[in-house]
Design a binder for this molecule. Structure first.
Ligand SMILES: Cc1cc2nc3c(=O)[nH]c(=O)nc-3n(C[C@H](O)[C@H](O)[C@H](O)COP(=O)(O)OP(=O)(O)OC[C@H]3O[C@@H](n4cnc5c(N)ncnc54)[C@H](O)[C@@H]3O)c2cc1C
Ligand code: SF4
Length: 494
């Protein structure tokens, strides 16, 4: 029998990580295997099952958090898995990678520590796979245009494209995913490193989609290998889910020097080494002094990767001031606050004293050595008002590799596909669409970062699910598919 008052007696506990130094000797996930299950029962019990579950509405998928907490506390794992899989196609990804805005909105977080919701989600997801409860679910009716069902092409195989494809296939549509890379997965494959998501988990999910009937065509760049108009003519509807991977540039002297690379090039090569495509990365940090310019997820992934490649040192330059330890007054509960966070990569960096993480540091230039390659990075203190470099504070860091992780400006502007399909971009550089994910081109829908801008996996899955519902309605005149969000939905702010 679950203890209804456990929130008063049981402290928050999180999944244990392996020793930080030991983690750097491999690229496996950082967590200790087998230590999640004993923990989550107590965490689920801490859920107060409050009348207004803000966690539920803070999750873009509308995950039924209090329901699965109650079921896990009662050890009814099968029912918990059914409730989780009803709203989330890929909980093993969100359970590992989501920043968990649900936990920021947990009522216990008002004056204490939130329920470890993400860990409970992950435990249910992993148990569902282990028990075979999350097997393929082929549609009852065949696709191929029968019974009002249609032929749908999804362009892009990141979490948005995969979620859209899975929903549409399960609804009976004949669905093909086109991906320009050699393997499907989008940023789950070639962005996020294996120490945060081992790729066999992605393969397992892709196998499930295939077994359900989704077809994958990889190595096909829509707009180059196949024209957008040609693809549109061959299908009843298209979902454009091409992501938002145009990197923000750093227009400072020396940017063009050999040794200065966009973070995504670096991470893609590292992931390719893990896939077995090449023995060593052509952009390796091994033995080099490395400077990472940027302060977000991508920068942290570069840090963890450089440490595993045995860099001589790694310094991180973040132009923003160090965030506060606790919620600032302008970010009250239940908003997901911008507070100081130490990622597992930062923990590892501290364990081996790899180098400092500097805040309010504006990068002002890159210097060449006698061989014409990068030899040093110059930076200065950033003015709080406009982040410009403060005169007289300039410093110089020796570096042979600099990685630019300054965020993303939107979908790649040179995608020929956009003009071929008559797709317009909005003021933020993202693809324009109405609140129901439809573009002004008949039968063409946009899902994921391409429409929202660089965001999160949980939003991408929610977008894919909602866009699939819009396509289903377009093709059949009605839909029973869930649509967790509108295209204009945004995270809670004040
Ligand atoms: C390094 C890094 C780490 C991140 N870490 C996290 C994290 O920890 N947690 C989190 O929630 N989010 C994280 N994110 C963000 C998250 O990965 C994205 O928000 C999410 O992947 C977006 O999904 P998507 O399907 O819209 O696009 P993407 O994942 O970008 O996929 C788009 C796909 O479309 C393909 N494509 C593009 N153009 C074409 C074309 N013309 N023809 C065919 N295929 C095409 C691309 O090759 C790509 O595979 C991270 C992002 C990065 C870069
Ligand atoms: S997907 Fe993210 S926001 Fe939703 S319940 Fe899971 S951890 Fe929380």
């Amino acid at each position: 029998m679950a203890d209804r008052m456990a929130f008063l007696t049981t402290p928050r506990a999180e999944r244990a990580r392996r020793d930080a130094r030991q983690r750097l000797e491999d690229r496996r996930e950082v967590y200790r295997p087998g230590e999640l299950l004993p923990l989550v029962g107590g965490q689920a019990e801490r859920c107060m099952d409050c009348g207004l579950p803000f966690c539920h509405s803070a999750c873009p998928l509308g995950n039924l958090v209090p329901e699965w907490n109650r079921l896990v506390a009662a050890e009814d794992w099968r029912a918990a898995a059914d409730r989780l899989l009803a709203t989330n196609n890929f909980p093993e990804f969100t359970g590992r990678l989501c920043p968990a805005p649900c936990e920021s909105a947990c009522v216990l977080a008002i004056d204490g520590a939130a329920v470890a919701i993400k860990n409970v989600e992950l435990a249910i997801a992993d148990r569902a796979w282990a028990e075979g409860w999350d097997g393929p679910r082929p549609a009852e009716q065949g696709g191929g245009g029968q019974g009002g069902r249609g032929r749908v092409a999804v362009i892009g195989s990141g979490p948005a494209g995969l979620a859209a494809a899975q929903q549409l296939t399960r609804a009976g549509h004949d669905t093909t995913v086109y991906e320009r890379a050699d393997r499907p997965g989008g940023l789950l494959r070639y962005g996020i490193p294996p120490f945060r998501l081992e790729k066999h988990r992605l393969e397992r999910r892709l196998d499930q989609l295939r077994a359900e009937g989704t077809t994958f065509c990889t190595g096909v760049w829509i707009g180059r290998d196949v024209a957008g108009e040609e693809l549109r003519a061959g299908y009843d509807a298209l979902v454009v889910a091409v992501g938002a991977t145009a990197c923000r540039e750093l227009p400072v002297p020396g940017r063009e020097l050999p040794g200065v690379h966009p973070a995504m090039d670096y991470l893609t090569w590292a992931n390719r080494v893990d896939e077995g495509d090449c023995p060593v990365s052509p952009v390796s940090a091994e033995g080099r002094h490395v400077v990472i310019v940027g302060g977000g997820d991508t920068a942290a992934d570069c840090l963890g990767t450089a440490l595993r490649q045995h860099a001589a040192s790694v310094t991180q330059l973040d132009i923003n001031p160090r965030p506060p330890e606790h919620r600032a007054p302008g970010q009250p509960w239940p908003v997901h606050p911008k507070v100081y966070r130490e990622t597992t990569s930062h923990e590892e960096s501290g364990a081996v004293a790899a180098g400092p993480r500097l805040f309010a540091a504006a990068t002002v230039g890159f210097e060449p050595g006698p061989d014409g390659r990068l030899a040093a990075v110059r930076f200065a203190e950033a003015e709080p008002a406009d982040r410009s470099p403060r005169t007289g504070t300039e410093q110089r860091l020796p570096a042979q590799l600099a990685l630019l992780a300054l965020g993303f400006t939107g979908p790649e502007p040179d995608q020929r596909l956009f003009a071929q399909l008559g797709l317009a971009t909005g003021p933020e550089g993202t693809l324009a669409r109405d609140d129901g994910f439809a573009t002004t081109t008949e039968g063409v829908f946009v899902a994921g970062d391409a429409g929202r801008g660089q965001s999160l996996i949980v939003w991408a899955i929610a977008e894919g699910r909602a866009a699939a519902a819009a396509v289903d309605r377009y093709l059949r005149g009605c839909t029973e598919l869930p649509a967790p969000i509108r295209a204009s939905a945004r995270a809670l702010t004040v």
